[in-house]
Design a protein around this ligand. Structure first.
Ligand SMILES: *[C@@H]1O[C@H](CO)[C@@H](O)[C@H](O)[C@H]1NC(C)=O
Ligand SMILES: *[C@@H]1O[C@H](CO)[C@@H](O)[C@H](O)[C@H]1NC(C)=O
Ligand SMILES: *[C@@H]1O[C@H](CO)[C@@H](O)[C@H](O)[C@H]1NC(C)=O
Ligand SMILES: *[C@@H]1O[C@H](CO)[C@@H](O)[C@H](O)[C@H]1NC(C)=O
Ligand SMILES: *[C@@H]1O[C@H](CO)[C@@H](O)[C@H](O)[C@H]1NC(C)=O
Ligand SMILES: *[C@@H]1O[C@H](CO)[C@@H](O)[C@H](O)[C@H]1NC(C)=O
Ligand SMILES: *[C@@H]1O[C@H](CO)[C@@H](O)[C@H](O)[C@H]1NC(C)=O
Length: 191
């Protein structure tokens, strides 16, 4: 009986996911994403927005197009052929200015020791631009009781750097090396 309860609780934790940005509202998926990544992968990502990328990788099937779908960049939502390869959920975009302070709120559903940062990313090259705007060498340390966790893991500010005008995203990225899982959220903006 106890074993069954333990198994059920493990299952519930996995279904509920582990972490994501709740504000600013991150990018979601759409039909282009589903065409590139396949329905099975898209379903995992949309049904568990705080879940690890690795859960989606585990569902890769023959409908997954590795040329078009890059799960480890913006949760695979950066798809299409426009200059920015970004054709879904494009209306969910803010206009920021250099020097603007952007408050973030994170929902950590389950803690796993790792490292994290928020960086500006180039949507065409799908690479980080410059140094992280904020960086945690150790993030979500499971040995620290929840009541004593640094408040800055779930509420913090980043300052938008000077950038040539264009479309970018702020990528929140948490690599929980303790359980080998990656969590990502991308916030679209123009400058
Ligand atoms: C896309 O963005 C809009 C806001 O413009 C939002 O309401 C909607 O939920 C988003 N779609 C997804 C799949 O997240
Ligand atoms: C996979 O994606 C690439 C790049 O978008 C595209 O050129 C190619 O036609 C796609 N392959 C299939 C089988 O759809
Ligand atoms: C910051 O996050 C990016 C992914 O957005 C990752 O590639 C990079 O290694 C991280 N930087 C550090 C210093 O951990
Ligand atoms: C977060 O807060 C902790 C505890 O106050 C501090 O040691 C750490 O440097 C802060 N990290 C960031 C990225 O601000
Ligand atoms: C996590 O917290 C514990 C207790 O404070 C500490 O001993 C340990 O070194 C921390 N882990 C990391 C990776 O910093
Ligand atoms: C973010 O910056 C604003 C001022 O721009 C400040 O009022 C707020 O306390 C900061 N939030 C955090 C979590 O540091
Ligand atoms: C992203 O990188 C490409 C290739 O280096 C560059 O042409 C483009 O201007 C960059 N995009 C932005 C918005 O900076």
């Amino acid at each position: 009986m106890l074993t069954i309860l333990v198994l059920i609780s493990i299952f519930v934790i996995q279904v509920l996911g582990h972490g994501r940005v709740t504000s600013p509202k991150p990018r979601g998926g759409g039909t282009k994403h589903q065409a590139a990544c396949g329905a099975a992968v898209a379903k995992v990502l949309s049904s568990d927005p705080a879940g690890p990328i690795e859960n989606a990788v585990a569902k890769i099937d023959s409908s997954y197009n590795a040329t078009a779908c890059h799960l480890y960049f913006c949760r695979g939502y950066n798809v299409g052929v426009s200059p920015n390869r970004w054709e879904d959920n494009t209306s969910n975009t803010r206009k920021y200015k250099a020097g603007q302070v952007v408050p973030f709120t994170i929902d950590i559903v389950a803690h796993h020791t790792g490292t994290a940062n928020v960086s500006v990313v180039n949507l065409t090259t799908q690479k980080v631009i410059g140094s992280p705007l904020i960086y945690w060498k150790v993030y979500s340390n499971t040995s620290i009781p929840i009541s004593q966790k640094p408040a800055n893991e779930t509420a913090f500010n980043v300052t938008i750097p000077s950038l040539p005008s264009g479309h970018y995203a702020l990528q929140w990225w948490w690599w929980a090396y303790s359980n080998k899982q990656t969590y990502e959220s991308c916030i679209d903006f123009t400058i």
